[in-house]
Design a protein around this ligand. Structure first.
Ligand code: GLA
Length: 381
């Protein structure tokens, strides 16, 4: 495994220019042959997403970067219920197949995202032919068919499945009041895990959610896992989405969740990391995607570039977050960023449409940002 030294990551452009051209070329070559997957090889897998437009139209520079830097891959949308089965039995395999082929070709850990969620699920799932709410029996059949077909198609190729996404509320409010819950009760969650396990017994099965630092959610998750383990529900890990900001959450709470969840025997996967640098637009800090806020200039202050002081804060925040992850590398199997570069982050459109955000490790020109160098410095050597 190739490792770049700290110096190669942190060297400034002035210093670089001062080196002879041979040395410069050597450093450039080393930098293009190696990436985050190599830097963090002793810590955890390092992943990113492939977006639907990239899968549809291709994007050679971006795909080259992804292959060079990462060893885990998640499709941002194309495996969700709505795009993959928009009408009952009408499966859209083109993009998921391309995604899985890309991961296979580059020998990556492929993540299936996701099997069951309350969002991006087509309306037909919850109604019968007459447009009435579907019966529990029928919904169970649909759930089973969906999981067996989707997970079955990629059996042995998808290493990790986000089996259920976001079924738990924050604080002490318990299960999310989704249609799944209303029609099937909380048993839909464990049933999804059983079905996924029966379909692909070797896959690692995760429950995935946001606001993972929230103490009420943490407690609920710990109790859910303990109950599942007692009753033999095949769950192997918890996905911490990691949609965070410059000043939230408190990393002590984050650490408490890593420790509490890992103590139940679960592996931790950081599944959707990004760091929002823009002013807070709302109270909630996660990814509840039902509410958008009104655009205003005050909420979008960095349209012409990120000021140096904010860039420094972002870099410091990335560093402290990765110090925490590396400290718990015995519990964490993977860190995935939600998106690859700032130009194509969902954070430009949420929770306010049309802003210019800077949440990732690569800039809009696909260059490594200072945060990249900072996290490389805290990797285990
Ligand atoms: C959640 C989901 C992801 C994605 C993000 C927003 O976190 O798990 O699939 O939709 O919201 O982009």
């Amino acid at each position: 495994m190739t490792h770049l030294s700290r110096r190669q990551f942190t060297i400034g452009s002035a210093a670089l220019a001062a080196l002879g051209s041979i040395a410069t070329r050597a450093i450039a070559a080393a930098a293009t042959e190696s990436g985050l997957k190599d830097v963090f090889a002793r810590d955890f897998l390092f992943g990113t997403t492939l977006t639907t437009p990239t899968l549809e139209h291709g994007n050679a520079p971006l795909l080259d970067l992804v292959a060079r830097e990462f060893n885990a891959i998640t499709a941002d949308n194309c495996m969700k219920w709505e795009p993959v089965e928009p009408r009952e039995g009408d499966w859209q395999w083109t993009l998921p197949d391309r995604f899985v082929d890309f991961g296979t070709k580059h020998d990556m850990h492929i993540v299936g995202h996701n099997l069951v969620w309350h969002s991006q699920v087509p309306a037909w799932v919850f109604v019968d032919e007459a447009g009435k709410p579907v019966s529990a029996k029928r919904l169970n059949e649909r759930l089973e068919k969906h999981i067996r077909t989707l997970a079955g198609r990629y059996k042995g190729r998808i290493a990790i499945w986000d089996v259920v996404n976001e079924a738990i509320e924050d604080d002490d409010k318990g299960w999310r009041k989704s249609k799944w819950l209303q029609i099937l009760g909380p048993v839909f969650v464990e049933r999804a895990f059983h079905l996924a396990h029966e379909t692909d017994p070797k896959a690692t099965l995760l429950y995935n959610d946001y606001n993972e630092h929230n103490p009420g959610k943490r407690k609920f998750m710990v109790e859910m896992i303990q109950d599942y383990k007692r009753r033999g529900v095949p769950i192997h890990g918890i996905g911490f989405q990691g949609h965070i900001g410059l000043d939230y959450p408190d990393l002590k709470e984050y650490e408490a969740s890593i420790e509490a969840i890992a103590a139940t025997g679960m592996r931790i996967h950081i599944t959707e990391l990004d760091i929002d640098v823009l002013p807070h637009a709302w109270q909630h800090m996660g990814a509840e995607i039902s509410a958008l806020q009104q655009y205003s200039d005050e909420l979008d202050p960095y349209t012409k570039g990120l000021p140096a002081d904010v860039e420094a804060k972002l870099t410091a925040r990335y560093r402290e977050v990765f110090e925490l992850f590396v400290k718990h590398r015995d519990k964490i199997d993977r860190v995935t960023t939600w998106g690859t570069h700032d130009g194509k982050s969902w954070k430009n459109g949420f929770p306010v449409r049309g802003r210019t955000n800077y949440p990732l490790l690569f800039d809009r020109q696909l260059h490594r940002k200072p945060a990249y160098g900072a996290i490389a410095e805290v990797a285990t050597r």
